[in-house]
Design a protein around this ligand. Structure first.
Ligand SMILES: [Zn+2]
Length: 352
């Protein structure tokens, strides 16, 4: 297994690399242009007979998979990884217009992952053409999940899905084979699977993974997430890379490991102040961080996430607020300005 120190792309705490920097990071080929004419980059590692496709950055504000792929290329070019059996076809960012804006949707406000039936965007059409041309044995669809997803009381730092190919979610032999292969890979990592979840297999006819399964192209979805104290998703980055390598090498002999992963659920709060006196009420107040990129500037601020009786919701961090009072009204989704006892936020910035 790789260690965080084996590649700067696994260890440095950056969570966003400007697209210009990414362009010059390796000797990429260009396979086309986005709707705003940004180059869509690709490379192939190895020249073995077993074809694999891996892509990230379908949603521009989901960057963990981008770093996983950069680390994979970096380790391969430094001969730290043997891929002689394989040809790994990689697109690090399939949606560069969203990536430069750090948004989910492309430059024309279309969510690519809802366009894999109509194929109206340049980017979705390009991706599908590329995959079909490579006819991969398996493909890897790398995304990030929101921090509300959890398994048991822990943040889900990685969730996997072997998608359905139709409404009834039949486990076809092909789908079973990918589930087995993923299960064998996870077992081979010999690590605790606490915090690893299984994503809902509800059928989304316009999502890329579901579409590919329907076309007989096996694929697995990675959803990288936060872990406690790790909002840059460094743990998911390393685990994801190790999982990719393990999946490449795993067989599809029967395994129940994937089936036994707990399904991830929504509802995890980030930081809750309990029982705060607010407008003559006693309420729980949850805040969460929001990351942003604006040109060369990038950063994070806190917004008001939820107010009210939050006792039933799991949380990553809790501060007893009984001795605290707030005078100014709070607005959901807005940067928070408030003093909770000794903890003060000003326009979303934690100042003390
Ligand atoms: Zn996504």
């Amino acid at each position: 297994m790789f260690l965080a120190s084996d590649s700067k792309y696994l260890s440095d705490n950056q969570w966003y690399m400007p697209y210009n920097e990414l362009l010059s990071a390796f000797n990429w080929e260009i396979i086309g242009y986005s709707s705003e004419e940004r180059p869509i980059l690709t490379t192939t590692l190895g020249s073995g007979p077993r074809s694999m496709c891996l892509w990230a950055g379908m949603h521009g504000n989901e960057t963990t998979g981008v770093y996983m792929l950069l680390a994979l290329i970096d380790l391969y070019t430094r001969k730290k990884i043997d891929l002689s059996e394989f040809s790994l076809h990689i697109i690090p960012v399939i949606n560069p217009d969203a990536y430069v804006r750090y948004t989910r949707r492309n430059g024309l406000s279309i969510d690519l992952n809802r366009d894999f039936r109509a194929f109206q965007t340049i980017e979705s059409a390009k991706l599908i053409g590329w995959i079909k041309m490579k006819s991969p044995e398996l493909s890897f669809n790398l995304h990030d999940q929101r921090s509300i997803f959890h398994v048991n009381e822990l943040p889900a730092y990685t969730s996997f899905l072997v998608p359905s190919s139709e409404e009834t979610r039949t486990v076809t032999p092909m789908r079973r084979g990918v589930m087995n292969r993923l299960g064998n890979a996870l077992a081979s990592l010999e690590v605790s699977l606490d915090g690893i979840g299984r994503y809902s297999d509800e059928y989304y006819p316009t999502a890329v993974g579901d579409y590919l399964m329907g076309q007989g192209i096996p694929n697995v979805l990675f959803e990288s997430g936060v872990s406690l104290g790790d909002f840059e998703r460094m743990k998911a980055r390393l685990f994801g890379l190790n999982s990719i390598v393990a999946i490449l090498k795993a067989s599809n002999t029967p395994s129940a490991v994937y089936d036994e992963l707990p399904q991830n659920t929504k509802g995890l709060l980030e930081w809750v102040f309990t029982g705060v006196l607010y407008a003559r009420m006693r309420v729980d107040i949850a805040v969460k961080r929001v990351y942003y990129v604006n040109g060369h500037a990038q950063g994070m601020y806190y917004v008001v996430d939820e107010l009210g009786d939050l006792a039933a919701r799991p949380r990553m961090q809790e501060t007893l607020g009984e001795a605290m009072a707030l005078s100014a009204p709070l607005i959901i989704g807005q940067p928070i300005t408030a003093e909770f006892g000794t903890i003060a936020f000003e326009n979303g910035i934690l100042v003390s």
